[in-house]
Ligand binder design. Structure first.
Ligand code: AP5
Length: 221
């Protein structure tokens, strides 16, 4: 089963993807996490990635497609896959389709988590995460027991380089310009379910809605 999780920055894709992947034993492939790991690795690609990511722009398609094809090949072998943040442009979606045809796979569903702009800014600027285990927090909505410290591993929480308000506005603009057309691309595909889930509600309610969608999909598989 392959599910594509879409939505603007801060809609809660990452938070929800982690929960769903655990519940349904799916491989969670987040293009943002994969690109951030590459950026932090100091590899020859790192400098180029930083230029785009720190400015809130999308990384060029040829780079993302190459990185994600590698991750997907490894992930698909293990069964169900949850794609988080990929594809993000129509050319990425087209390349993914071609790749899936080669492996006789197909996308089973697309789920779009929605949120409005003011909430997105509040969520993103308040986001903190653990550099050790990757657990996500929010200074207001999902506080750690001790301020600034990860509940799970005790590491000091950090803020992403691209989580300032001006960069978030750039990311939102990139989403509207380059990613919303991907939702339309999938909506126009006969037989493919495109579900919309209201991401403005408390995280547990959003999880409950997503669980309904995934359980229905699983039952139909
Ligand atoms: P990426 O890492 O994918 O960032 P994004 O899409 O902008 O999404 P976020 O991770 O910011 O938000 P989210 O929806 O996952 O929200 P979260 O759950 O963390 O991409 C980063 C960059 O990488 C891009 O800008 C681009 O440069 C590059 N990139 C990535 N993929 C690419 C691609 N395919 N092509 C080209 N370039 C690519 O939640 C946010 C906060 O809100 C957290 O603090 C959380 O605790 C809190 N929160 C979540 N849900 C709730 C809730 N229901 N109630 C209250 N608080 C909540």
């Amino acid at each position: 089963m392959i599910v594509v999780l879409m939505g603007p920055p801060g809609a809660g894709k990452g938070t929800q993807a982690k929960r769903l992947a655990e519940r349904y034993s799916m491989v969670h492939l987040s293009s943002g996490d994969i690109l951030r790991a590459e950026k932090a690795s100091g590899s020859p690609l790192a400098g180029e990635l930083a230029k785009y990511m720190n400015a809130g722009e999308l990384v060029p398609d040829e780079v993302v497609v190459r990185v994600m094809a590698k991750a997907l090949t490894g992930g698909a072998k293990d069964g169900a896959v949850l794609l988080d943040g990929f594809p993000r442009t129509v050319p990425q979606a087209q390349t993914l389709d071609e790749q899936l045809v080669e492996t006789d796979d197909a996308i089973d569903a697309v789920v779009v988590v929605t949120a409005d702009e003011d909430l997105i800014i509040e969520r993103i600027t308040g986001r903190r995460s653990c550099p050790e285990c990757g657990k996500a927090y929010h200074v207001k909505f999902m506080r750690p027991h001790k301020a600034g410290v990860c509940d799970t591993c005790g590491a000091e929480l950090t803020q992403r380089d691209d989580d300032s308000e001006d960069v978030v506005r750039q990311r939102l603009s990139a989403y509207k310009r380059q990613t919303e057309p991907v939702v339309e691309y999938y909506r126009n595909r006969p037989g493919l379910g495109v579900w919309e889930v209201d991401g403005t509600r408390p995280a547990d309610e959003v999880t409950a809605s997503l669980t309904e969608v995934l359980s229905a999909l699983k039952a139909g598989c």
